[in-house]
Design a protein around this ligand. Structure first.
Ligand code: ZN
Length: 53
């Protein structure tokens, strides 16, 4: 399931990130707008942080 990287609130049903499809949604809890590109960027960043520390 797709979740908000900031507050881990699950995305609304039907907004699962599908490769090749630029799905976007607005988090109901923190109001951030997410799409597959932003999610990929955050995932890479978090992986980098885990590696460094
Ligand atoms: Zn959120």
């Amino acid at each position: 399931m797709t979740t908000c990287p900031l507050c881990t609130t699950p995305a609304p049903p039907g907004t699962d990130a599908t490769p090749g499809v630029n799905t976007s949604w607005v988090c109901v809890r923190c109001g951030q707008r997410w799409d597959t590109v932003r999610l990929a960027t955050v995932t890479v960043y978090k992986r980098f942080m885990d590696t460094e520390y």
